[in-house]
Design a protein. Structure first.
Length: 120
């Protein structure tokens, strides 16, 4: 994979699914993405993000499965694709303090999400 790759997603296409391992993060160049989760058998939109937003990075920070699915919300969503290798190289160049903060934040988000679902 080159340093920067772009991918197009038609409206409704999944970018990734809940529970998958995460090898890529994304930045929205054009369009919008819905972050969705199946709750009681129904797809629920947890949030919508637009141009300039990054998503999918948590799985690259903590090497855990995706917590939700991401689905294209516009007719032509264009994403900048960031591979695990590129993400890791960039993260390794950052201040160790920032690296630690990112790991703590990822743990807290996952912990809060698990508590909301009623898991320990």
């Amino acid at each position: 994979m080159t340093e920067i790759e772009h991918k197009n997603f038609p409206k409704g296409d999944f970018i990734f699914r809940d529970g998958e391992s995460g090898e890529l993060a994304f930045v929205i160049k054009e369009g919008a993405v819905n972050i969705v989760k199946e709750i009681n058998g129904k797809e629920t939109i947890l949030g919508s993000i637009g141009k300039g937003a990054m998503f999918g990075e948590m799985a690259l920070i903590d090497n855990k499965p995706r917590m939700a699915s991401a689905r294209s919300a516009d007719n032509n969503t264009v994403l900048i694709v960031i591979s695990r290798e590129v993400f890791k190289k960039r993260l390794e160049k950052s201040d160790p303090f920032i690296q630690g903060v990112l790991h703590i934040l990822a743990e807290k988000v996952r912990s809060l999400s698990a508590k909301k679902k009623g898991q320990p």
